[in-house]
Design a protein around this ligand. Structure first.
Ligand code: NAD
Length: 376
């Protein structure tokens, strides 16, 4: 019987646990904790525009970043900025209004400015950040016109700073896997790509339904995901575009002349054809590639989380799952790593410009009813 004076060894022998204890000791010896290396230097981000994307997605994503931290906030609402600064540990010296924005140049804790404003404001706030000597991550769509995109790219070049567009799906594991499956021809050559992106838009007063602020309707906001996916899944640039749009007459949401639904077809140089849909009238959330031997798809394809992949072959559907990752953390870490390593972002300003040129062609095709050809 065990007494308080029984040694640990005696107790183990008496209870026949010696062997187990010896091997446990071995496990303990092998599982010595390894000390971490020095922390990665995280680059400082200023978030410009504290609307729903910044508050619900971007600011919470910093907790998942390895290379990025939030060091400044820019807002027209000082009280909101102060509340968020307290929540995310941003010092009072990192709070700016749109009027004091240019003073970011004097803040050494800000390396990268993330522009999360209505579309029409992207060019001005990107160029001003570059002028202040900062790198810029700008939300999609890059701007409302290709000419503005060119001005933004020129400003980045003149400043010798990076410009990246926030195409979060280009950093998301399922979309990356779709790209690899298409490019490596896992199921033979891709022939047809179907991309659908849409949601039913609410408040008629929001900036997304103001043509001057948004630059257009569903295509500029959500259809851009379908276009971008058709381009990254094919790995090519479209050479011919057809389009067809429809807006419900009398629907107060579209009174400013922004389109509700727009369908577009893209022909790529290799012969891949893409059918795409963009809508503010119905929910659409799927990218599918039909290759010679199978079809593979994401549905949902563009949500912030819980994407699903299916491979459809003959009569079977195979589900493939990947670890969930925070898309905004991946995107911001990529930007920070590009700055640290002086490498070109995967989605630079030129990528945003290509989408803007294609979107202008889509609008022209819808307006004229004619096929618009591009240089590819
Ligand atoms: P939002 O309306 O929720 O926020 C916009 C912010 O800009 C608000 O804080 C508003 O106060 C501010 N603002 C400053 N000047 C303004 C003006 N003149 N009119 C209206 N607002 C003004 O919009 P959001 O959904 O956060 O979108 C912001 C940007 O992010 C857009 O370019 C949008 O396309 C993009 N976005 C990207 C994703 C994504 O998944 N990558 C998702 C949503 C939005």
């Amino acid at each position: 019987m065990r007494t308080p004076t029984t040694s640990r060894r005696q107790f183990l022998q008496a209870t026949g646990l010696t062997v187990a204890a010896t091997s446990l000791a071995g496990v303990r010896a092998r599982a010595q904790p390894r000390l971490p290396g020095p922390p990665e230097k995280k680059l400082g981000f200023a978030i410009v525009g504290l609307g729903s994307l910044s508050i619900n997605q971007i600011l919470p994503a910093f907790a998942h970043c390895r290379h990025a931290r939030v060091t400044a906030l820019v807002s027209g609402d000082a009280a909101k900025a102060k509340t968020l600064a307290t929540a995310y540990g941003v010092p009072a010296s990192g709070l700016y209004s749109y009027d004091t924005y240019d003073r970011l140049k004097d803040n050494p804790d800000v390396d990268i400015v993330y522009v999360v404003l209505p579309n029409s404001m992207h060019p001005e706030y990107t160029v001003r950040a570059h002028t202040a000597g900062k790198h810029v991550l700008c939300e999609k769509p890059m701007a409302n016109t290709p000419q503005e995109c060119e001005t933004m790219i020129a400003a980045a070049t003149a400043a010798g700073k990076k410009l990246m567009i926030g195409y979060r799906l280009r950093y998301e594991p399922y979309n990356m896997a779709m790209i690899r499956m298409a490019r490596e021809q896992e199921f033979g050559k891709p022939k047809v790509i179907l991309c659908e992106a849409g949601f039913s838009i609410g408040d008629p007063k929001q900036w997304r339904l103001n043509k001057q602020l948004a630059g257009g309707g569903s295509l500029m906001d959500i259809g851009i995901y379908a276009l971008n996916a058709a381009r990254y899944l094919s790995g090519e640039e479209p050479v011919a575009i057809n389009a067809f749009s429809y807006t419900t007459p009398g629907d107060v949401r579209f009174a400013d002349g922004v389109e509700e639904t727009i369908n577009f077809q893209l022909r790529f140089p290799s012969g891949i054809l893409a059918n795409c849909v963009s809508s503010y009238g119905v929910g659409l959330n799927r990218f599918r590639v039909h290759a010679e031997k199978a079809a593979f798809q994401l549905e949902p394809a563009l949500s912030y989380s819980d994407l699903r992949m299916q491979v459809i072959r003959g009569g079977t559907v195979e589900l493939r799952s990947l670890p969930e990752r925070n898309q905004f953390a991946l995107e911001m870490d990529h930007m920070a790593e590009c700055v640290k390593g002086n490498t070109e972002p995967r989605t630079p300003g030129e990528e945003g410009l290509k989408d803007l040129r294609a979107m202008m062609a889509i609008y022209e095709a819808a307006r004229t009813g004619k096929t618009v050809t591009l240089n590819g």
